[in-house]
Design a binder for this molecule. Structure first.
Ligand code: SF4
Length: 296
């Protein structure tokens, strides 16, 4: 969009539409883009915005959470509005369609949800009950901020996500490993860097230990990844039923990506692929219902 704006500005100044715009990227690489290839997109956006602004019946606008919110510069404004409105977006684990169904019924705040008695069209009673209980816990906790957050155990049910809790976890194994990567996405213009892998597992005498492995440049990262793959493969040999628990997909996908890099691939020729040496799973957040809230 910035390029589109600059192209318009150049045309206004010179009377001619520039044929190309050039980007000099942080990596040092220069890219040339033909203006007519991206200008229609700009024209459509401007047309849509003009149509929207021409409507007379817009009396208010409301922020709607999306995946961009965490990076958006308007986040403090939207967050303040949601907080002031006591918005349902802060009910932990509420799904967007559930929130919309509640709002259509006039349930627009966490307090209103916490005391909701009747059913809500488009919402299963079991889901509504879960959300009402969640909202009630949050309201109770914020009324007593000096006390520890209140919580309750989730009653097992047929709900595929919220009805099983720890049952969704595989049986514990002495070889289980808890694994986390810490990285810097802009370590250099061309490369990210995983500078720390943290591992927690039972050591040779069965005691839990913390194993921190640091890398301060790409060579050290390659060595760290190689040793990680070897560690998982060796441990899998000793504990065939082990699992590797990790926060999200990043640990697994990054490890696989890094093992494909040339500086590492040659040294891993005789090592098993990481995908075959570990099993990942996720820790269900559904066994406890507790008070702190999150954005939807
Ligand atoms: S923070 Fe607000 S403006 Fe930014 S994407 Fe989220 S809802 Fe939209």
């Amino acid at each position: 969009m910035q390029l589109c704006f600059y192209a318009d500005a150049l045309e206004a100044l010179t009377g001619r539409v520039p044929s190309e715009m050039h980007l000099w990227l942080g990596s040092g690489v220069s890219e040339s883009l033909r203006v007519e290839e991206f200008r229609p997109y700009w024209r459509r956006l401007r047309r849509q915005l003009a149509t929207l602004l021409d409507q007379d019946d817009i009396t208010e606008t409301r922020p709607e959470p999306c995946t961009h919110c965490d990076y958006c510069e308007f986040n403090p404004l939207c967050d303040a509005q949601w907080r002031n409105e006591d918005s349902l977006v802060y009910v932990a684990n509420i799904r967007t369609p559930e929130r919309h169904a509640l709002e259509r019924e006039g349930v627009r705040t966490v307090v209103e949800l916490s005391t909701r008695a009747g059913s809500v069209p488009e919402l299963h009673d079991e889901n509504l009950e879960r959300l009402v209980r969640q909202a009630a816990l949050q309201v109770t906790s914020r009324e007593h901020p000096e006390e520890a957050p209140v919580y309750e155990l989730v009653v097992p049910s047929e709900d595929p996500v919220f009805g099983h809790g720890f049952e969704l976890l595989p049986a514990p194994d002495n070889g289980d490993v808890f694994f986390d990567f810490e990285g810097h996405p802009f370590w250099s213009a061309q490369n990210d860097l995983f500078f720390l892998s943290g591992l927690r597992y039972r050591d040779d005498v069965g005691e839990w230990c913390y194993d921190a492995r640091w890398a301060h440049d790409l060579d050290a990262q390659a060595l760290m990844v190689k040793e990680l793959v070897e560690f998982f493969a060796e441990r899998r040999t000793t504990f065939p039923n082990m699992h590797v628990y990790h926060y999200n997909h990043t640990e697994r996908s990054s490890l696989e990506r890094l093992t494909r890099e040339p500086r590492l691939r040659a040294s891993l020729v005789r090592s098993p692929r990481p995908g075959s040496s570990w099993t990942s799973t996720w820790l269900p957040k559904t066994r406890f219902r507790w008070a702190p809230s999150h954005t939807a």
